[in-house]
Design a protein around this ligand. Sequence first.
Ligand SMILES: Cc1cc2nc3c(=O)[nH]c(=O)nc-3n(C[C@H](O)[C@H](O)[C@H](O)COP(=O)(O)OP(=O)(O)OC[C@H]3O[C@@H](n4cnc5c(N)ncnc54)[C@H](O)[C@@H]3O)c2cc1C
Length: 216
Amino acid sequence: MGLARGLDIPGESLDGVVDAISFIYDIRTKGYQNIPIGDKVVVIGLGMTAIDAATQSKRLGAKEVTIAYRRTEDEKPCTDVELDIAKLDGCNLLYLASPKEILGKDGVVQSIVFDKMELGDADANGRRKPINTGVSFTLETDMVIKAVGQVPYESLVDGAGISHDWGKVKLIEGNATNIEGVFAGGDCVNGGREVVDAVQAGKDGAHSILKYLKVI
Ligand SMILES: Cc1cc2nc3c(=O)[nH]c(=O)nc-3n(C[C@H](O)[C@H](O)[C@H](O)COP(=O)(O)OP(=O)(O)OC[C@H]3O[C@@H](n4cnc5c(N)ncnc54)[C@H](O)[C@@H]3O)c2cc1C
């Protein structure tokens, strides 16, 4: 699940627009001192990754960090604890705002336009759907961090001949895949959940492998 989902709006390729996965990866690999950070950072999304990107931005020296989410706090995908960390770090929360367009000058981001949303009926997962009110507004920014989810490495899984569902590995029995001797678990199977799920999948996978080896 290492590929960041795009926003699919104009202006995404402007300088100063980055995805949260690359941003966090760079912090880990290049070191804090080598990460460029804006003064006015806008983070799109309100999952764990968005919180990480926002709090890291603030701690790297951004003067203002705004987390924009198209639903409200009641529908947030992150935990209460994570949201509290972002609030304690001084991040602003902007609810019912869906990115429409990123604007720039000379190839560099300058502002972001949002559609103002309102909540409609619940979707299949029971979460109320955001609906565009037709009103838009603009925020000045010099850095936009996209954190609207990750997608699977479908080509990797497909290229290896492993059965999958839109890139998510399909399990045949226990944690065994369609290829004999190949087992899977964690994000690549469940589509991206939490560490506890991955740890349990590791245990279940080990159990499946031991059974395959006829050790148990
Ligand atoms: C920014 C961010 C914040 C998160 N915050 C939280 C949190 O606060 N709490 C929480 O519980 N969960 C959090 N999660 C989710 C959690 O990190 C994942 O659910 C968990 O790491 C999944 O574990 P995994 O072993 O399935 O996959 P991963 O941890 O993704 O491990 C997959 C491994 O496969 C390697 N790999 C990829 N391709 C290849 C290849 N071709 N060959 C060999 N190796 C390869 C990768 O390098 C990686 O090491 C967060 C995720 C992200 C991205």
